[in-house]
Design a protein around this ligand. Structure first.
Ligand code: MV4
Length: 606
């Protein structure tokens, strides 16, 4: 085993890896950007090195700096986590050249799975079912049409070869939509992956996203840990994951069949470590459900925890052991699934505003606990959730004997979760898990796009509506007090200016009784100082992906203005107020800084 490992990541996954290293008796080396100086992943590591004060996220992508820290600290291996340098074949290679072990698969496996057309070809040759379509790039719309008429048929999915996770994914229901879909997918591929190559797949109506967790070592052992169902996603961002899939979706025989598909896929690329085969699951035409390979994620995934809960296997530790040359601790026969686990991603986002990013400073912070509850987080009380990074600040995972009980346990835990000062997806999860659709195990696609339903998830409105320029700046807070009337305890909600008296902390408050700061309507406005109340500052740094309005347009509050791409995520920016677009200093394709003006909207009343 290694003596010391560098963790080339931040947030909850860096903490998760450090915990595994602690348990293995391995020293941990953290790296951090200036902005993360006080972050939990830095404080709890054995050693920590500052990567400098360059653009925050870029520091974690700086191969040279990270290899330099590995050399200085004497780390023998580097764990990339997910995002950043995970799935970066040149980085895996650079590690090897520097004599440092990359904790993950060989660069050749990353590369093979990185090109979706090459992956499809490899999988087809390995006997892994792929979605019917092409394994060769399709050069022109004309070629595409010929192929569609010949074998694939409409509706068709046009996907970017360099893509994955939904980037560069377009659908054409019929011939007249093909050109736009083809060009859209190609353009997106070029923009994100510098590769305009596209391929075709038959478009499957309302499939489930079912993925297989695999583990492999350098001794030829490959096992699977069953499936995860990640069908609850919006704009290709997963929001809720569960393991196993609902029992009426995947039965034990199907699990064995699709598990073997995962093992075959991993073997075909000589995989090492923890990996995931993503696939589409449909009812199919015959008597058996159909399962198709979509792509392989050559890293540990965000949602690995639900599998850890149902199998008892520590996926991160197994990955580190495999990289150190040890054999897996389990054979396939040792793997047994027990009960049901659900994960909710706790993102700093406002679901009622199209999941707009809502970074900010956390006030009081208290994680749920109790039976069957696990929280993997990278934040703490007083911490800042920066617009520069991924909005996922924590994951709440629960386990219980079956899906119904796990759902109720999740609702209980969500109710206990206290995150002051930050808008998160907690109300969204509470609402979604209470629906019949969830209970029936549906993909909830319509619900996740239902503007009316999302609106009901709005956070309590503060006093300042952002309208009048002269309105009170002091924000209003919602506070719950315990009162006794004739010896009976009641909770009363008081909404008004914050009460600063020491009496507010009258012992341990019950769940939900802590003061909840009314959210700031214009996130980012407070700190940036950019513009007056008419001007909407960008809540994050990124690239302007699409602009949906033009100067002079009349907009409603909440109307979509533009989409900013950051960290491979599309963030929808909506109007902070109703009025006319007076200024719109943004351009499609251009970079935008956090705090820079997006639009100036003047109200009709002037
Ligand atoms: C598809 C599809 C239908 N047909 N491919 C790709 C990335 C992943 N985020 C979702 N992807 C899809 N690929 C073909 N050929 C439908 C989806 C899809 C989806 C799949 C399962 C569960 C939820 C989904 C939400 C949007 C799109």
């Amino acid at each position: 085993m290694f003596e010391k490992v560098l963790v080339a990541n931040r947030g909850e996954i860096a903490v998760r890896i450090e915990r595994a290293l602690d348990e293995l008796g391995v020293g941990s080396v953290a790296v951090y950007s200036e902005l993360d100086r006080d972050a939990p992943h830095v404080g709890r590591a054995g050693e920590a090195y500052n990567l400098g004060d360059g653009p925050a996220a870029e520091n974690y992508l700086n191969i040279e700096k990270i290899l330099d820290v590995a050399a200085r600290s004497g780390a023998q291996a580097i764990h990339p986590g997910y995002g950043f340098l995970a799935e970066n074949a040149p980085f895996a290679q650079a590690c090897e050249q520097a004599g440092v072990v990359f904790i993950g698969p060989p660069a050749s496996a990353i590369e093979a799975m990185g090109s979706k057309t090459r992956a499809r070809e490899l999988m087809q040759n390995a006997g892994v079912p792929i979605v019917p379509g092409t394994t060769e790039p399709v050069e022109t719309v004309k070629d595409a049409l010929a192929i569609i008429k010949g074998e694939v048929g409409f509706p068709v999915a046009v996907k970017a070869a360099g893509g994955g996770g939904g980037k560069g994914f377009r659908v054409a229901l019929s011939e007249d939509e093909l050109e736009a879909a083809f060009e859209g997918a190609s353009r997106e591929g070029e923009k994100f992956f510098s590769d305009p190559t596209v391929y075709l797949e038959r478009y499957l109506p309302d499939p489930r996203h079912v993925e297989i967790q695999v583990l492999a070592d350098r001794h030829g052992n490959v096992i699977h840990l069953g499936e995860r169902d990640c069908s609850i996603q919006r704009r290709h961002q997963k929001l809720i994951e569960e393991s196993p899939a609902p029992e009426w979706v995947v039965d034990p025989q199907t699990r064995e069949r699709i598990g073997q598909i995962g093992v075959d896929a991993a073997r075909a690329v000589d995989y090492v470590g923890a990996g995931t085969i993503e696939g589409l699951f449909t009812e199919g035409e015959g008597d058996l459900p159909e399962y198709f390979f979509l792509e392989m994620n050559t890293r540990v995934q965000v949602e690995h925890c639900v599998t850890e809960m149902t199998t008892g296997v520590d996926i991160v530790k197994e990955g580190i052991r495999a990289a150190a040359g040890e054999e897996l601790s389990y054979a396939q026969a040792d793997i047994e699934l027990r009960g049901h686990a659900i994960e909710c991603r706790i993102n700093a986002e406002d679901a009622s505003k199209n999941f707009a990013p809502a970074p900010g400073r956390i006030g009081a912070y208290c994680e749920p606990t109790g039976p069957g509850v696990r929280v993997d987080s990278g934040v703490q009380a007083g911490g800042e959730v920066s617009p520069m990074y991924d909005p996922m600040v924590a994951k709440l995972i629960v386990w219980d004997a079956d899906r119904g009980q796990a759902t109720r346990r999740m609702l209980r835990a969500l109710g206990e979760y206290e995150i002051e000062g930050l808008k998160t997806l907690i109300p969204f999860h509470e609402a979604l898990l209470a629906t019949d659709q969830w209970a029936r195990g549906e993909t909830c696609r319509d619900l996740l796009e239902d503007k009316k339903w999302l609106k009901t998830l709005a956070f309590p409105a503060p006093g300042d509506q952002g309208g009048g320029a002269g309105s009170e700046e002091e924000s209003s807070v919602e506070q719950t007090y315990a009162v006794e009337v004739s010896g009976k305890r009641f909770e009363v909600r008081v909404i008004g200016p914050p009460f600063t008296g020491a009496g507010s902390s009258n012992g341990a408050p019950p769940a939900g009784a802590a003061p909840k700061r009314a959210p700031d309507r214009r996130s980012g406005a407070g700190s940036s100082g950019a513009g007056g109340p008419d001007t909407l500052p960008s809540p994050l740094q990124g690239n302007v992906w699409k602009v949906l309005v033009k100067p002079g347009d009349t907009v409603e509050e909440g109307q979509l203005l533009c989409i900013i791409e950051a960290m491979k995520m599309e963030n929808e920016i909506t109007a902070h107020k109703a009025g006319t677009i007076a200024e719109l200093p943004i351009t499609e394709g251009a970079a935008i800084q956090a705090g820079a003006p997006i639009a100036t909207i003047t109200s009709p009343e002037g």
